[in-house]
Design a protein. Structure first.
Lengths: 368, 356, 160
């Protein structure tokens, strides 16, 4: 505890360092120009930062990596589909989609928080299964209720059979409208200024939130639920609020993400979003119980550099483009696996250390 | 007076049975019964439906059975099933690569899969012993990592059999490999019974029964009872002189091996080997099947496996036909997702009795 | 305690009202339309407007969006209920160009709106030169597509 030796630092930053190494090796092999890379990374930063930031609050409340941020993503997609059908375009369309997504996200977050309160100690696997469960509900709504129950007018969105939404919904009317709101190009790199401003605002909100009474309570709950309860904090309520906030932010983040992409893959856009966001956060040096805003941005840079560079490098080395694709998917999963293992082993180590200390002090009491 | 008491006890007993059985399970059973009753009226052929269910049961039974040892030893639900499935796939592809055909290739596949299952299972078990308490999440991601690692391996490993590799490149395994001429229906066609539209894959059922019996017998040996003890109360087991880590390791290896056998049996019924991303989510149906059968996160029996597989596969096979015939609306996929994941969610939120 | 609860309730109601107001505003200012310009003769009330100029250039926000010769159609996507444009009308080939500033409200419930420019220039009433554009669904749109809800879908691609 007292000494922060070089070894400790190395262990803490082992994942980012490893990624730095992968990127350093693959980037020259891939043959991609630095300006192309810079452009891609800035774009992806704007696209993903908001989504990844939404993961921070549950980590603060000790609920681990929020695999059910997918719920917010689905709410955002529902908002966008409706707005598209109403033909509200551009930035107003995005704002309206966000306003529609907020109550849906809040409701889903509430559900998620309640379920997770019933599954204390295994929040992560439960939130992971929740995302599958709600995906079923989402499909029920989008595939069967949209059309007959929730009116959808346009043939470009609705399937010809009269119900259900098409595999892809075009967002041409709001594509990159936010990114290009304040145009700025520095040294050939296009910078989505407006998106960055919104991301910056969210960062400020998170920093401010940490200092509020609720934020302090949340950290107390995250450290030790029993102690927090003894201190008079409503643990269950605090945990639910953290899930609601995370889900709402994820919904807004998904809308920002999709306006950059320019279309919605109705049945698959959200499915992997949780996994990739979590992997990026972990690559930035976060752990299951500790994550900062710095981790988010470092994570996006390293993870997405790997993501862009790996397939190209793989093609150059093996002559098969699929190898690199599989490689980056493998690395994403491996990073999460390693992070989870490190978290659990640390937890056990601390526990045994604590019990040892307890035994020691008891012994001293007896002897003294 | 006495009459009143009996009615009360009867009521209580009925209530306790219902409670034991669990409301979701009751709903699912009711739903399946409803489907079976309705199906002849909407023009679905009942014998065909029943043989479908029996067939699907014979494909999936062993994959569900693979859940039992780890639940018993307190390792929770084996979300890392894909690891065992990968061992099975290695066995299957090696058996074909080495030139075995017909039923022989099936048994060779089992033989070749076994060492992989033992090695992978041991490493996996060793890992799970390091992280007691967080097994399920890590198991999930161990499964995912291994599947995506193998995606690269299927491309890189030096397979040459023309029936398995991409025709153009001459290397790299295909995503689906037909088992025609190899072990398709290898077990099912043994003593197969055909009465009209009803066909029963006797051999596959016997194979399942054999493994289920062996599992049952194992759970009654000294090691088996030790396993149950470790699962229900690890502290007590340790003080009774049981090597908890070793027992847990055995359970994980068993589960992994059963998953390997399970996927081979699945393939002999299905007729194809599916590689690459296919094993990714294969743990979820098996997990929800055993939970539907009445198991919980730390309690499972062979009966749970049998009931669960029948109920789960029954719903999976019946809903599409019945719904299509009834309202021309195929919502079966959505129903399957909601039911199976809802069931897992239900089990995860129960307060677990005993150990934790 | 009671007072603070009341305060919280008031804050929540205010937040809700603000959100609803923003949403309403977005409905109005964000409504997108596609405006089509016809430079064609039009029959209205028994008489025919056949005074069709040689060429009309349409400018929206100072940007040229369409240049329509006789008998042609141009289009532009717009946002909001008020539509302002400048028309550069060239009556004859190589003739003089006159500049006309036009502003008109668009009907909310129409996605596609056809403006018949010659009729508008002739000073006919609005319902004469405005009509709704009803798109004929393309073949690709009518074709039924298989919905893919495969769980393993999208495992490989992320933000390409």
């Amino acid at each position: 505890m007292s000494k922060n030796s070089l070894g400790d630092y190395l262990r803490r930053f082992s994942v980012p360092l490893m990624f730095l190494l992968i990127c350093a090796v693959c980037a020259p092999i891939s043959g991609l120009s630095p300006s192309y890379l810079a452009n891609e990374i800035v774009t992806r930063m704007g696209r993903n930062a908001f989504l990844i930031l939404s993961l921070l609050i549950p980590i603060m409340a000790g609920m681990g990596l929020n695999f059910s941020m997918t719920l917010g993503a689905m709410a955002g997609e529902i908002g966008l589909i409706l707005v598209c059908d109403w033909q509200i375009v551009g930035i107003p369309g995005m704002v309206l989609a966000m306003i529609i997504s907020i109550p849906i996200s809040a409701l889903l977050g509430l559900f998620c928080g309640k379920v997770l309160n019933m599954a204390k100690g295994r929040e992560m696997i439960t939130s992971y299964i929740i995302s599958f469960f709600i995906n079923g509900i989402y499909q029920l709504v989008v595939l069967y209720l949209m059309g007959p129950v929730i009116p959808i007018k346009h043939g470009t969105i609705k399937l010809p059979r009269g119900y259900g939404v098409r595999n892809t919904v075009s967002l041409l009317s709001m594509r990159q409208k936010l990114d290009n709101l304040i145009p700025l190009t520095i040294a050939g790199v296009k910078i989505p200024v407006a998106t960055f401003i919104i991301v910056f605002l969210l960062c400020l909100v998170i920093i401010w939130f940490r200092k509020t009474k609720l934020g302090q309570d949340m950290r107390a709950v995250g450290q030790d639920m029993e102690v927090a309860r003894d201190a008079g904090i409503d643990v269950e309520r605090t945990r639910i609020i953290s899930m609601v906030l995370s889900t709402v932010f994820a919904g807004i983040g998904m809308i920002i993400y999709l306006q950059n992409m320019g279309n919605i893959a109705t049945y698959s856009s959200h499915s992997q979003i949780g996994m990739f966001c979590i992997a990026a956060l972990l690559v930035g040096g976060a752990s299951v119980d500790k994550a900062s805003i710095g981790n988010v941005f470092l994570g996006i840079i390293l993870f997405h550099t790997m993501f862009i560079v790996a397939p190209k490098a793989g093609t150059v080395i093996t002559g098969d483009s699929m190898i690199g694709e599989y490689f980056r998917v493998f690395v994403s999963y491996a990073v999460i696996t390693v992070a989870l293992i490190m978290y659990e082993t640390n937890k056990r180590k601390n526990k045994s250390k604590e019990s040892q200390q307890l035994a020691l002090s008891q012994e001293e009491e007896v002897n003294g | 007076m006495s009459e009143q008491t009996t009615t009360i006890t009867f009521k209580d007993r009925a209530r306790s049975i219902a409670k034991d059985f669990g409301l979701p399970r009751l709903i699912i059973t009711g739903f399946l019964v409803l489907l079976l009753v309705v199906s002849p009226f909407v023009g679905a052929d009942l014998p065909t439906q029943i043989s479908n269910i029996i067939n699907r049961f014979s494909w999936n039974g062993i994959l569900v059975l693979a859940m039992v040892p780890m639940v018993h030893s307190g390792c929770g639900l084996n979300f890392g099933l894909p690891l065992g499935i990968i061992s099975g796939l290695l066995g299957a592809t090696l058996s074909i690569e080495l030139g075995f055909t017909g039923t022989m290739s099936f048994f060779m596949a089992i033989l070749l899969a076994t060492p992989f299952a033992l090695v992978f299972g041991s490493v996996y078990g060793w890992l799970l012993n390091k992280i007691k308490g967080g097994e399920m999440m890590i198991a999930t991601y161990v499964g995912f990592s291994s599947v995506s690692l193998m995606c690269m391996m299927w491309l890189l490993l030096p397979y040459h059999s023309p029936n398995m590799v991409w025709g153009m490149a001459g290397k790299g395994l295909r995503t689906t490999i037909s088992l025609e001429g190899y072990y398709t229906q290898a077990l099912a066609k043994i003593l197969q019974i055909n009465i009209g539209n009803l066909s029963i894959p006797t051999g596959a059922l016997i194979f399942f029964a054999l493994l289920a019996f062996l599992m049952w017998a194992f759970l009654h040996t000294k090691t088996g009872t030790a396993m149950t003890a470790v699962g229900s109360n690890p502290e007590f087991a340790r003080s009774a002189g049981i090597n908890v880590n070793k027992i847990r390791l055995i359970s994980v290896v068993m589960s992994t091996w059963l998953a390997a056998i399970g996927i081979l049996v699945y393939e002999q019924g299905f007729g194809f080997i599916q590689l690459y991303m296919a094993p990714f989510y294969m743990a979820l149906p098996a997990v929800s099947a055993i939970l539907i059968g009445g198991a919980s996160v730390n309690k499972a029996s062979i009966m749970n496996v049998i009931i669960g597989t029948i109920l789960f596969q029954g719903i999976v096979t019946m809903t599409p036909t019945v719904m299509n015939n009834m309202i021309h609306l195929d919502m079966s996929e959505v129903i399957r997702i909601i039911v199976s994941n809802g069931m897992i969610l239900y089990a995860l939120t129960r307060k677990t009795e005993g150990a934790k | 305690m009671d007072k603070s609860k009341k305060k919280v309730l008031i804050y929540r109601i205010i937040a809700l009202v603000v959100l609803v107001l923003i949403a309403t505003a977005m409905f109005i200012i964000g409504r997108g339309h596609t405006v089509y310009f016809d430079n064609k003769p039009l029959e209205y009330g028994g008489k025919t407007i056949d005074e069709v100029p040689y060429k009309i250039d349409v400018l929206v926000n100072g940007e040229k969006v369409a240049s329509i010769k006789e008998g042609e159609r141009g289009m532009v996507d717009t946002m909001g209920q008020n539509f302002n444009m400048q028309l550069l009308v060239t009556k004859e080939k190589d003739g003089k160009t006159s500049k006309i500033q036009v502003g008109l409200p668009l009907p909310y419930n129409m996605d596609g709106i056809i403006l018949n420019l010659p009729a508008m220039l002739a000073g006919l009433p609005q319902d004469a030169y405005i009509s709704e554009f009803i798109p004929t669904p393309s073949a690709a749109e009518l074709e039924d597509e298989e919905v893919v809800t495969d769980e393993t879908e999208g495992l490989m691609d992320f933000g390409e």
